[in-house]
Design a binder for this molecule. Structure first.
Ligand SMILES: C[S@@+](CC[C@H](N)C(=O)[O-])C[C@H]1O[C@@H](n2cnc3c(N)ncnc32)[C@H](O)[C@@H]1O
Length: 256
């Protein structure tokens, strides 16, 4: 059990604050000076997620859609549909996502529901804050997915959208364990990520050089089922997997 942060999350000030350096006056976002950027993010993905020019370049709907070969809206909507309409309760999105996933999720929240987004990169949180504008039902958190400070079972739904393939093996398993820890029994965790395409899908061959060059951990999602990364002691109440675009993408919904 982590130290209690439920009260703080409800009031949108969820982490112990050492330092606040937000540049936008209306924001409740707090940046913790104690939280280091993971080495894989600095070494492998700095150009995509950390460099300000990278953030400015990639924050385009058409571009993120092109990176997913035109499947962004389909995958976004599959994730949102899994949460129901309207989306009720406390929702956690682990890691920011370029494009309109988070605004669409926020638009679907039922009265009284709340979306929390946790990301380890301040530049990403600030970018998301700008993208969202002022919304009382969204709360941003500067946190590492491998050691969330939320309480056990604090959320009704947790969404992890295209994060697992960017993380090295041990880190990925910790992220999954944390996502499962912070969701309540009967709540859902939704993973959307890469997957090994069927043999007849040309992207099975085209994507190998792209992924191995740009995303060195991504091929793990082709070789291993997400189910195989769950903690040994975890027994899901339900688990459903669906694939898209000839198997190149997957959505896995786990009910705790
Ligand atoms: C969700 S993934 C990729 C999403 C998708 N490819 C897109 O178009 O945005 C990228 C995000 O994950 C965040 N991230 C990576 N490792 C993290 C970690 N350990 N904890 C929290 N956020 C992390 C990065 O800072 C970045 O904002």
């Amino acid at each position: 059990m982590k130290k209690s942060s439920a009260m703080a999350a409800a009031s949108c000030a969820p982490i112990p604050l050492r330092e606040s350096n937000t540049s936008l006056p209306f924001s409740p976002l707090r940046i913790s000076s104690d939280l280091a950027l993971p080495s894989y993010l600095q070494q492998t993905y700095w150009w995509a997620y950390l460099h300000p020019y990278g953030v400015r370049f990639f924050e385009r709907q058409w571009l993120v859609n092109a990176i997913l070969w035109g499947n962004f809206a389909k995958l976004r909507d599959a994730a949102l549909a899994a949460m129901g309409m309207p989306i009720t309760g406390q929702v956690l999105q682990v890691a920011c996502v370029y494009g309109n996933l988070t605004p669409k999720l926020a638009d679907r929240l039922a009265p009284g529901a709340k979306l929390h987004v946790a990301d380890v990169a301040p530049v990403q949180l600030l970018n998301l804050q700008k993208k969202l504008g002022r919304r009382a039902n969204v709360c941003l958190h500067h946190q590492d997915s491998t050691r969330l400070t939320f309480d056990d079972g604090q959320f009704d739904r947790v969404l992890v959208f295209f994060l697992l393939h960017e993380q090295p093996a041990g880190v990925r398993e910790q992220t999954i364990a944390e996502a499962l820890r912070v969701v309540r029994p009967g709540g859902q965790v939704i993973f959307v990520d890469y997957h090994q395409p069927v043999r007849t899908n040309p992207f099975r061959y085209l994507m190998v050089p792209i992924l191995t060059t740009l995303e060195p951990f991504a091929m793990d999602t082709w070789r291993t089922e997400i189910a195989d990364w769950l903690p040994e002691s975890f027994q899901p109440a339900e688990m459903h997997k669906e694939t898209f675009f000839g198997g190149l993408y997957q959505k896995v919904v786990i009910i705790r």
